[in-house]
Structures are given as structure tokens and as C-alpha cells.
Design a protein around this ligand. Structure first.
Ligand code: ADP
Ligand code: ADP
Length: 229
């Protein structure tokens, strides 16, 4: 069975003539362990979908199921519990705490997880074994984002949701971050969704879901998905 499933999922901001239809009746099924790329122009609804799937936002209508749980039926407390336990978020800006080292930033989310990875292991996986005791200001942008990846990963989340994870990085450091995400997806089987408007990122996905104006325009399957070398 799919790990995530949506039925006629819609999200509207505002109402009346000022209403913005961010998502219009989205039907999707995402398999356990898939690496999905959500591609589309700015404003097409990608972030809105990611936030609803991760329990940061709610649908206006329709259904969202994570395994056996209907997310739209959860109250705020249960939705927060789902998010804390099952979802790792990675955003464009890394949101690290400046007064804590890389290791301490990662340790912070381990405290709320059921069976977290050791911070050292998470940081090694993203290639930062030698940077554990550095503070964010001592790290490059790409390294800071890899700490954010390690932080999300340390929860061992069922879902890894990444919103423009390379949006603030140059090409070379962006590739290192994507490599870490692909490695995590292969090694731990975390179902991973990556929002991007960069078509070069798309070849990493098992499937690429193309968004336009709040709708799914096309779904492309990569039989032999490209791996960064
Ligand atoms: P994308 O991630 O593809 O750039 P978004 O999901 O961020 O698209 O936005 C989809 C649409 O919803 C856009 O028209 C955007 O302006 C609108 N939107 C997003 N968030 C809000 C909000 N909090 N209030 C009002 N409109 C919003
Ligand atoms: P917590 O209070 O335990 O950090 P939340 O329920 O606030 O948990 O968020 C759940 C997950 O989403 C956490 O991994 C948190 O880091 C991440 N998260 C939520 N909102 C943001 C944000 N605006 N910036 C960075 N991370 C966020």
C-alpha cells in the first residue's frame, strides 16, 4: 500500500473573488521509499502540498492519508505529534541555532524522536565527520545545509520533505546536499519528496510530478534514475 495518498486534495487561501486556489483536487499515491521530485514554476502549489503532507498546514477539502492515518481527521495536537515523530523537514534556509555546534543542533531533534540516529552517525552520513564541533558561522552554506539534512535525518523520519533544499546554494555545494539526500533515501528507505524549480534536480527522482497552477500536469517515471557520481 502507498505510504502517502491524497484524494481530491484542495487548498484555497482567502475566499470570494480574492480566493487563491493553491491546490485543486490533487490525487496522488506515493510508495514506501520512493524519491519524488515536485517540479513546477513558482506559485504552482508545490510548497503548499509539501506543508500539508507534513502536517504544517491543512487541506481546505479532500483527504490525506499517511499509512493508516487520515491526517485531515486529526486534531492539532495529534497532527503535531505526527509531524514530530514521522516527518523531517529541510527548508531553503537552514534554520540552525547559531549558539549551538553542528552536533548540538542535531542532538536537539534527537530528543523528540523514538529511535534516533546518533548525531555523529547522521553527520558522518552527510560528510561532516570533521565538523561536528563547529558552530554554524564557521561552516559554509553547503555545510550548514548538510547539518540541516543531518538534523532531519537523525529523527529517522518516515517522510523526508525538502523544500528547495539547494535554493540558496551554488551548483557544486547543491550537488553535495542532493547526494546526501539520495544516499539517505537508498540507505534508510525514507520516503523523500524534494520540491524544486530546477529541472536538473528532477533526474534524481524515481518519479517527477509536474505542477502547474495548482494541478498535477504530468507524472514522469525514471526507470533508471540518475545518481550523482
Ligand atoms: P510553489 O511552492 O509552487 O511556489 P506555493 O505552494 O508556495 O507555490 O503557492 C501556491 C499559491 O498559493 C501561490 O499563488 C501563492 O501565492 C499562494 N499562497 C501560498 N501561501 C499563501 C498564504 N499563506 N496566503 C495566501 N496565499 C498563499
Ligand atoms: P519541534 O518543536 O520539535 O521542532 P515542530 O512541530 O515545530 O517540532 O516541527 C516539526 C519539524 O518541522 C521539526 O523537525 C522542525 O525542525 C521542523 N520545522 C517546522 N517548521 C520549521 C521552520 N519554519 N523552519 C525549520 N524547521 C521547521
Amino acid at each position: 500500500p502507498p505510504v502517502l495518498c491524497t484524494r481530491a486534495l484542495s487548498r484555497t487561501y482567502g475566499d470570494g473573488s480574492a480566493a487563491v486556489h493553491a491546490l485543486r483536487e490533487i490525487d496522488l499515491e506515493i510508495g514506501e521509499g520512493e524519491l519524488i521530485v515536485l517540479l513546477g514554476p513558482s506559485g504552482s502549489g508545490k510548497s503548499t502540498l509539501l506543508n500539508i503532507l507534513g502536517g504544517l498546514d491543512r487541506a481546505t477539502s479532500g483527504e490525506v492519508r499517511f499509512r493508516e492515518t487520515e491526517l485531515t481527521a486529526l486534531d492539532d495536537r495529534a497532527l503535531t505529534a505526527f509531524r514530530r515523530q514521522s516527518v523531517g523537514f529541510i527548508f531553503q534556509f537552514y534554520n540552525l541555532i547559531p549558539s549551538l555546534t553542528a552536533r548540538e543542533n542535531v542532538d536537539l531533534v534527537r530528543e523528540i524522536a523514538d529511535s534516533p540516529l546518533p548525531a555523529e552517525e547522521a553527520l558522518e552520513l552527510v560528510g561532516l565527520a570533521g565538523r561536528m564541533d563547529h558552530f554554524p558561522a564557521q561552516l559554509s552554506g553547503g555545510e550548514q545545509q548538510r547539518v540541516a539534512v543531518a538534523r532531519a535525518l537523525a529523527k529517522r523520519p518516515a517522510l523526508l520533505l525538502c523544500d528547495e533544499p539547494t535554493g540558496a546554494l551554488d551548483l557544486k555545494t547543491g550537488i553535495r546536499v542532493l547526494e546526501a539526500l539520495v544516499e539517505i533515501n537508498s540507505r534508510y528507505g525514507s520516503t523523500t519528496l524534494i520540491v524544486t524549480h530546477n529541472a536538473d534536480v528532477a533526474r534524481l527522482g524515481d518519479r517527477v510530478i509536474h505542477f502547474l497552477d495548482g494541478r498535477v500536469r504530468a507524472i514522469e517515471t525514471n526507470a533508471a534514475r540518475a545518481r550523482p557520481s
